[in-house]
Design a protein around this ligand. Sequence first.
Ligand SMILES: *Cc1c(COP(=O)(O)O)cnc(C)c1O
Length: 370
Amino acid sequence: MTNSTRHGKQHIRLFIPGPTEVRPTILDAQTEWMIGHRMPECADLFGRIQEKIRQVFYTESRVYITASSGTGLQEAAVRNCSDINVLNCVNGAFSDRWRKVTEANGKQNSVLEVDWGKPILPEQVVDSLSAGDFDAITVVHNETSTGATSPIEKIAEAVRSLPGGDEILILVDSVSGLSGIKLEFDAWDLDVVLTSSQKAFALPAGLAFCAVSDRALEKARTVSHRGYYFDFLELEKYLLRNQTPATPAISLLYALDRQLDDMLAEGMENRFQRHLDLRDRTIFWAQARGLKLFAPEGYRSPTVTCVMNDREIDINELNQYLRSQGMIISNGYGPLKGKNFRIAHMGDTQFHELEELLATIDRFLAKEPA
Ligand SMILES: *Cc1c(COP(=O)(O)O)cnc(C)c1O
């Protein structure tokens, strides 16, 4: 693998599900001159970004950009969108984090709990919603901790077909999905979709983005104690002038502007297909080595593959070897450490790079004592 150095530091190629690998041209885009965030140059930059990022969310609606990671917008979503009861759908570590965020903000909630590794299914959501009076649901599109993707379009359809379903806000975390897995904000009638810069967007960490529907904004007007930094009404007021209420992460906006150009030049459909091809190749590789996948067929993530470690490979040793070869993968998340390992193939990862990783893992496995 190209072991290039930058500022004298050796490159370790990231096949971990965030932060992901950032191309040198994108890193370089961050080094433009600083500008004032009330200068017209910044509004121009913000306006350009707004027009392009809406295409990535498949929306004509607004996309707020915050100087935070995605967790900040998990907080924003529940704080702005509920004052009755939230249904938190939990099937892994990040959906469980959203439950904790909901509770930490003093919101009333109920939890739909599904085994880790499984997707959230529409009928489960419908069952849970019919057991109470809810104004919002939280659901993770792509559970990065387990490699399972949930069928958001079908979940949204099922929610909308319920009596009163038009008033339930559908809040979606697509932190490790968006731009790698197709998600259509407008066509699927979603209310908030949030993501982070450092996953499938293949940008440096530090920015978060969320599309917000008119319905969600109307709801926010009626909810008190929305906080200040992530108040949708404040963000909206400034967005209308191509600004943000507080100082944005200007250098990161330069990187985003450039990356959006590159994404749209690749073509979103091509980008989604590349992710599917990378996923299929990884699954084929694993199965050919007698390894099973953690997520069931039909719900396996296009951006991260979670492989069951039935061969009891020493994942730490594997990663040490990979590091010596200039690359790294992820162990299982939290309680899954050692039992699973995760290969991320999201962002700008190319086929030949994945091939190089898989061949390197094979070399390690060949040396391993049986
Ligand atoms: C990484 C991740 C998060 C947390 O995002 P941060 O940007 O680290 O705050 C939340 N949800 C999912 C699905 C993730 O993969």
